[in-house]
Design a protein around this ligand. Structure first.
Ligand code: DON
Length: 310
């Protein structure tokens, strides 16, 4: 297939990828530590690409809402960074952790400062700070996602939030441990309620590809206003590339070559700066919490189109 130019439709390449995925179903399993996610059919597959002008191409289950989970960490980071700027980096780092997304192990010897905003500990710090600044971090997130996707029906999945809350001991441990270092402002139960609600957002590949477009537009929102400076948009893309898929970030950069962020609902968002955004969904996960078919599909997309940051 020829390398794509800026006027090319993405539809044929999406259809080719969907056919390939259908022929070779992956081996992944849905997340089961959040019981409400365990029932997902691992064979579901959807993929969407959003052009900078808001045109969306899609295939498979691309209009089916799924649990966004850690994909939301990109948006809360952007919303907080736009408000407090570099002061955020006194509370959370920007280095890959090399550990699983819910690991506690580095926090003690790094004095309660999480390695990066995309592991759970770092995302808890970001949500805490956004909540302090807005009075309603998850509400702020939902309003942003609705505006950017143009979908006013986007909402939280109360069943998923309750299910995670009932099995949330590890996130509670992270929150309390960081609070003991003075790195959490709000009462930990308030923070956890906000965080579980944030993670429970149900949105489709089309919604999430559109909502990610501000990162391909160098910080500009759908309505033309600026959320982030060009430099801040670059920073978030860089952290997605190095930390967005946790202890698999090296392999993801090697195979896909794009800033990307995964969630245990089986979604992955990815950015081609200045060109387009992608969201792929398939609930079968590998042992590091990344969608097996999702990574394969993005790998095929960058191979077939020649679009990557490298
Ligand atoms: O906090 C958790 O464990 C989940 N709500 C989100 C984790 C997640 O999506 C990690 N991504 N692969």
């Amino acid at each position: 297939m020829a390398i794509m130019t800026s006027t090319t439709t993405f539809q044929p390449v999406l259809e080719r990828i969907a056919e390939e995925i259908e022929r070779t179903p992956g081996s992944g399993r849905p997340a089961d530590y959040i019981p409400a996610l365990a029932a997902c059919d691992p064979r579901r597959f959807g993929m969407a690409v959003a052009d900078l002008d808001g045109t969306v191409y899609g295939v498979g289950d691309w209009r089916q809402p799924f649990s966004a989970q850690s994909l939301t960490k990109v948006f809360t980071l952007a919303l907080d960074l736009s408000r407090e700027g570099d002061a955020l980096w006194e509370h959370v780092g920007r280095e890959p952790s090399g550990n699983p997304f819910n690991s506690l192990v580095q926090l003690e010897y790094e004095n309660g400062i999480p390695r990066n905003p995309f592991i759970n500990a770092g995302a808890l710090v970001v949500t805490d700070r956004l909540h302090t600044r807005t009075g309603d971090a998850s509400g702020e997130l939902l309003a942003f996602l609705r505006a950017e996707s143009g979908n006013p029906d986007l909402t939280f999945d109360q069943e998923v939030a309750a299910s995670e809350s009932a099995h949330g001991d590890r996130n509670a441990a992270l929150g309390h441990f960081m609070a003991s270092y003075g790195n959490i402002d709000n009462p930990v139960p308030t923070l956890l309620e906000q965080y579980f609600r944030q993670c429970s957002v149900a949105a489709s590949c089309a919604d999430l590809a559109l909502a990610t477009s501000f990162l391909a537009r160098h910080g500009i929102r759908a309505d033309g206003s600026r959320l982030l400076t060009r430099s801040q948009a670059k920073q978030i893309n860089a952290i997605m590339l190095t930390c967005g898929t946790y202890d698999a970030a090296g392999d993801f950069a090697y195979r896909v070559g794009l800033p990307g962020k995964s969630g245990v609902g089986g979604g992955i968002i990815a950015v081609v700066p200045g060109r387009c955004t992608l969201c792929v969904w398939s609930p079968g996960l590998d042992e590091r919490g990344n969608s097996v078919a999702g990574v394969t599909a993005l790998d095929r997309f960058t191979t077939l189109t020649g679009l990557s940051v490298f």
